[in-house]
Design a protein around this ligand. Structure first.
Ligand code: DAH
Length: 348
């Protein structure tokens, strides 16, 4: 028995000095000391050789030893698990409380001009119009010359156009009609396109006008395109956009790039045609300019006006957006006030 006690003391020293570096060495420790063929089990077997009067005392010593080994094993396991890399989310999910409410994701919103543009564009897309875009910094030819705007035309007036100071051949486009020219120049016919974009005019900024705003231009060129096609296309647009009951009227007008030209009004959708502040008591609201593409414009773009005809139209985006969302100051669109923009979060 004396010998066994010595042995236990030696074992304790060995165990106390033992350190583990990984799971594997902890497991080896367990097998060596606590396994079914381990040292603790073996030493317990010594009980049978102990005289009966010493059994109690010896049993206590053996139990203490076993406890000593077990405590060591537990502390080795703890040290190793604290060294482990953070548990991956899969294992972590064991501890997650799946009944907790989720975190709400902050939602952004579309800008009201984008919302209105998307509405307009999607109606024409359903008629088979494809979307095209063009440059905002444009040369004189694409913004004016090719569009049959003679040199003396008032739209070229310095008051309206922002020219690039270093090179007055370049300017900020005053309308999206430049994209018409760029698309026609490509020479791929027929053309059925819708062209949204930002335009610039040198105007005093006020609640009703701004030095930049947005337009959507439309262009359809093919053989035998007529004014009736133009009217039918715009009727469809108005019904989809403003509702079945809205009335439409065309007024003769003048644009250098179309002949004949017209402006299209719709019955005021605020007062239903009765007359209010929005329609200036007339019962009508002007929404776009349009016409048959001038033969000079076709020629300027290398298209034979004897064979092809086409219609074009252009409309602003800000004004219908102001009417639809009840915005009474155009400057709100470009102030980037989040309190304003946030109001459109739920609109798509
Ligand atoms: N470009 C014109 C403007 O900015 C709008 C316009 C009118 C475009 C008639 C057209 C059109 O294509 O045919 O006021």
């Amino acid at each position: 028995m004396e010998q066994v006690l010595h042995q236990i003391n030696d074992y304790k020293k060995e165990i106390a000095a033992f350190t583990s570096i990984d799971d594997k060495s902890v497991e080896e420790f367990r097998i060596k000391w606590l396994g079914t063929k381990g040292i603790v089990k073996a030493i317990m077997g010594e009980m049978k050789n102990v005289p009966i009067e010493k059994k109690k005392e010896f049993g206590q010593i053996l139990n203490d030893f076993k406890l000593f080994v077990e405590n060591k094993y537990e502390s080795l396991k703890d040290t190793i698990s604290n060294q482990q890399p953070a548990p991956d989310s899969y294992r972590d999910s064991d501890k997650s409380d799946l009944t907790l409410p989720g975190d709400t994701m902050p939602l952004g919103s579309h800008h009201p001009v984008t919302l209105m543009k998307n509405r307009i564009v999607s109606i024409f897309q359903r008629l088979g119009f494809a979307v095209a875009e063009g440059p905002e910094i444009e040369d004189d030819w694409h913004n004016f010359g090719a569009l049959n705007l003679p040199l003396h035309h008032p739209a070229r007036d310095l008051q309206d156009t922002f020219y690039v100071q270093q090179n007055p051949d370049f300017l900020l486009r005053t309308h999206t009609s430049n994209v018409q020219i760029r698309e026609m120049e490509k020479g791929k016919l027929p053309i059925r396109m819708i062209m949204p974009g930002r335009v610039y005019r040198n105007e005093t900024v006020s609640a009703r006008s701004h030095c930049f705003f947005h337009q959507v231009e439309g262009l359809y060129i093919d053989e035998n395109v007529s004014f009736a096609d133009l009217k039918q296309t715009l009727y469809f647009f108005v019904k989809e956009m403003y509702g079945k009951d809205v009335k439409v009227r065309f007024r003769p007008s003048y644009f250098p790039f179309t002949e004949p030209s017209a402006e299209m009004d719709i019955s005021c959708f605020i007062c239903g045609g009765e007359g209010c502040a929005i329609c200036k008591k007339t019962g009508w609201v002007e929404i776009l300019g349009c016409g048959m593409v001038h033969p000079n414009v076709l020629q300027n773009c290398g298209i034979n006006p004897g064979k092809y005809t086409g219609f074009a139209f252009g409309m602003g985006i800000e004004r219908p957006a102001m009417l639809k969302y009840g915005i009474n100051d155009i400057r709100m669109f470009s102030e980037n006030d989040v309190r304003f923009l946030k109001q459109f979060t739920s609109v798509i």
